[in-house]
Design a protein around this ligand. Structure first.
Ligand SMILES: NC(=O)c1ccc[n+]([C@@H]2O[C@H](COP(=O)([O-])OP(=O)(O)OC[C@H]3O[C@@H](n4cnc5c(N)ncnc54)[C@H](O)[C@@H]3O)[C@@H](O)[C@H]2O)c1
Length: 313
């Protein structure tokens, strides 16, 4: 067997520590976490210790000079993605980058151009394409369960953002506010969360959008970034998709997804079951259902709900 590929991770915050680094560790026979980088020195040091990286640095550019690092995994906030990804690609590294790809379209274009110039692999982490629940829905769609997809409808409710997860605190660039609620560093729900649904819509519809219409609102008292969005997408094949999302529910409100995929032959409906009955939520801790019930309805037959799907995002 060939030597494991060398991994360098930029940004050691919540998503790195809860998803990327544990995943690289599980692949230890094929991948080796060589070094991590974070502007917060203590976070970089602690992360290297916790995940067995050989070294840590506060300036990510040192990772790009190391010949034993083959893949750079970018886990910083999106306003940093373009600079870090383009630099890593220019150094000849393969790159995995967290969603959303970039803060602007021109940044995204510059990243694609850099990947093409370098002739290496570049992947944006649209994680829902790997979540068992959505993989199962996609499989039914691809097998023709509903015929040709004409309409996708999605509702998502999230509890207010958690600014610490386990022993990790989200980054506060000015020492006061998390970057995710600061308009200098984030665009709010439209980019941070809706990118997941846009990606799912394209995946299920197997087509490209021709038109998007969106309205956002700030519902959080004192908030400066949109936390509620409704948007619709018209696809080139005439299909339509729409979504209604809120990220400002009380902290005990479960992550809630509801999805319907209508096709020429039937429809597929899926939802997290816990929120469909009468309930009042007033805060008190994160809850997640962990199951996703779905049903495929076609003239003449009914599939019973399958509650075996798991995984949230
Ligand atoms: N796929 C998902 O479901 C999912 C979930 C959460 C977050 N994310 C994405 O992951 C990214 C990071 O989010 P997070 O919640 O982990 O944020 P976070 O604040 O917890 O982590 C970001 C880390 O980057 C570090 N950092 C900042 N500037 C840096 C620099 N110049 N060089 C190196 N490190 C730097 C910070 O110190 C911090 O440790 C965002 O793009 C976010 O949208 C994706």
């Amino acid at each position: 067997m060939s030597d494991p590929i060398g991994i360098g991770v930029i940004g050691c915050g919540i998503i790195a520590a809860t998803a990327h680094l544990p995943a690289w560790q599980r692949l230890r026979h094929r991948a080796r976490i060589v070094a991590v980088a974070d502007v917060r020195e203590e976070v970089a040091r602690q992360t290297a210790r916790e995940f067995g990286a050989e070294s840590w640095v506060t300036d990510y550019r040192y990772l790009l000079d190391r010949p034993d690092i083959h893949v750079i995994d970018v886990c910083t906030p999106e306003f940093l993605h373009a600079e870090q990804v383009v630099a890593a690609l220019a150094a000849g590294k393969h790159v995995v980058c967290e969603k959303p790809m970039a803060a602007t379209l021109s940044e995204a274009d510059s990243m694609i151009a850099a990947a093409e110039r370098a002739g290496v692999r570049f992947m944006v982490g649209h994680t829902r394409r790997f979540t068992p629940r959505y993989v199962a829905l996609k499989k039914h769609v691809d097998e023709g369960a509903v015929g040709q997809v004409r309409l996708v409808r999605e509702i998502e409710r999230r509890p207010r953002a958690m600014w610490s997860v386990r022993d990790r605190e989200t980054w506060k660039p000015d020492g006061q506010r998390p970057w995710g609620v600061d308009p200098r560093y984030s665009r709010g729900i439209a980019l941070g969360s809706s990118i997941h649904e846009l990606d799912l819509f394209q995946w299920f519809m197997a087509d490209r959008p021709s038109r998007v219409y969106a309205r956002t609102r700030i519902t959080r008292p004192g908030g400066q970034l949109p936390d509620h969005i409704v948007f619709s997408v018209r696809f080139q094949n005439g299909g339509l998709a729409y979504s209604d999302q809120s990220a400002n529910q009380p902290s005990d409100y479960p992550f809630y997804h509801e999805m319907e995929i209508y096709g020429t032959e039937g429809l597929l409906r899926a939802n997290d079951p816990e929120s469909v009955t009468f309930a009042i939520h007033r805060g008190g801790g994160l809850r997640a259902s962990g199951t996703f019930v779905y049903v495929v309805v076609r003239p003449g037959w009914l599939r019973q709900p399958d509650a075996s799907l798991s995984g949230l995002c």
